[in-house]
Design a protein around this ligand. Structure first.
Ligand code: ASP
Length: 434
């Protein structure tokens, strides 16, 4: 039988999940059936992906950094990576601001709907605000302090400490470069083999991807709020989605111009990761698959991908920053607040920082949005306005976050001569050909 490519398998799984849920809600028992018997499989799938995120970062980053052989190459690549991440984030926030100022979605909300929404979601908004307050209380250098773990075992026990694990892995890799090659060899070989095992585990988990996304989407459909609310917020959602699509276009163009790779090649290569990001709403959970796709389908050598992608998954969130800009201005528009140019420039700065600070998990962008709102003097109660459609938009922005990381990794790889002409696909096909 002809092999159906992975992105089609995932897409079919997604549609089947939505269809199945729509069918089941027609029955009284449908909702609880999905919550009790289908949703757990989605949770298991996400857990399995998260399970390998920390070991993957450790193994691949230590191997990647030590393969660089000298520190100057590392700092060159590091500089380019961070520079490109900040540039794409600024581009994203600006795109969001242009979209929201042009389409003015906030003006289409009636006062009645606004009050209804604020009332209905006040509790949820307060919860997000509390989470944000905890982060706000920290001093200005807290992010830097948080980067350096005091205990590596403790750091690896919490997926939220991804940056600490990255720090340790880079540091360890540097140590490996600096000791004599003969001594470093067994350690490198160990991590090399460890990395191979993890990549194989990703293959195995991905065999379950179509079923995993089926369960995830079916659960989302039965838990979704009423269609009326979606309608009221339709214009806002469309503005975010248009902005996100423009961002994807920008990536495709950047990749085409800088790496000379065709849009089709880029999108086909990364699409399974995009679909998974859409289904899980988590760049961290998607990271293993993003790494695999970028290495084996987009031709980025492991030295580059193992460095650029884990950092990107944690700090480069273009979709999130774009959404934060649109949401902030939308809420201001809905409350009839006129934002000056200065306030909008402030949004560019805070949304950029807030997206860097957002964790790569579902809903994190909304927590950090509180900080953007506070800085711009927009009522935080406005969060309640956008709550109803946040999950579907989270799915879309996470896809864009992952696409941005992949595009930057290709550009960095090209700039350091580590982009292969023909990617070597070594993991996926093993299974199918056996
Ligand atoms: N869910 C997003 C991610 O993991 C973050 C967010 O915008 O909420 O990339």
């Amino acid at each position: 039988m002809k092999k159906v490519s992975l992105h089609w398998q995932i897409l079919i799984g997604m549609f089947a999940g939505v269809f199945f849920a729509l069918l089941m809600v027609q029955f009284d028992f449908g909702k609880s059936f999905i919550s009790d018997w289908i949703k757990p499989f989605g949770t298991i799938f996400i857990n399995a992906l998260k399970l390998i995120a920390v070991p993957l970062i450790l193994a691949s980053l230590i191997k990647g950094v030590s393969d660089l052989k000298d520190i100057s190459r590392l700092s060159k690549m590091g500089g380019r990576t961070i520079g490109l991440y900040i540039t794409t984030t600024l581009l994203a926030v600006t795109t969001g601001l242009v979209a929201v100022n042009t389409l003015q979605p906030g003006t289409s909300i009636s006062e009645e709907t606004r009050e209804e929404l604020v009332l209905a979601y006040a509790d949820n908004a307060a919860e997000k605000k509390m989470a944000a307050d905890a982060q706000k209380d920290a001093g200005p250098l807290q992010a830097l302090v948080d980067l350096v773990p005091s205990n590596i075992f403790k750091a690896t026990t919490d997926n939220r400490n991804m940056l600490q694990v990255i720090f340790f892995a880079v540091f360890f890799g540097i140590g490996l470069i600096l000791i004599p090659e003969k001594k470093a060899k067994p350690v490198k070989e160990f991590f090399d083999a460890f990395n191979e095992v993890i990549l194989k585990l990703i293959d195995l988990i991905m065999l379950a991807a179509p079923y995993g996304v089926f369960a995830l989407l079916a659960a989302l459909v039965v838990e979704a709020p009423s269609a009326d609310l979606f309608k009221a917020l339709g214009m806002y959602a469309i503005t975010v989605i248009i902005g996100l699509l423009i961002m994807v276009l920008i990536y495709v163009l950047l990749v085409k111009i800088i790496t000379k790779k065709a849009p089709r090649f880029f999108i086909n290569g990364i699409s399974p990761a995009q679909l998974l990001a859409f289904s899980t709403s988590s760049s961290a959970a998607t990271l293993p698959v993003t790494m695999e796709r970028v290495q084996e389908h987009l031709g980025v050598e492991e030295e580059v991908s193992s460095f650029v992608l884990p950092i990107g998954a944690t700090i480069n969130m273009d979709g999130t920053s774009l959404y934060q800009a649109v949401a902030a201005v939308f809420i201001a528009q809905a409350f009839g607040i006129d934002l000056t140019l200065g306030a909008q420039l402030g949004i560019i700065a805070t949304a950029t920082l807030a997206s860097i600070g957002s964790a790569a998990v579902p809903g994190a962008g909304m927590v950090m949005l509180v900080i953007v709102l506070a800085q711009a003097g927009i009522p935080e109660a406005g969060l309640a306005l956008i709550f109803a459609v946040d999950r579907p938009l989270d799915m879309c922005r996470t896809s864009v976050n992952v696409t941005g990381d992949a595009a930057v990794s290709m550009i960095v790889a090209k700039s350091v001569g580590k982009l292969k002409d023909k990617p070597v696909e070594k993991h996926w096909d093993d299974h199918y050909q056996k």
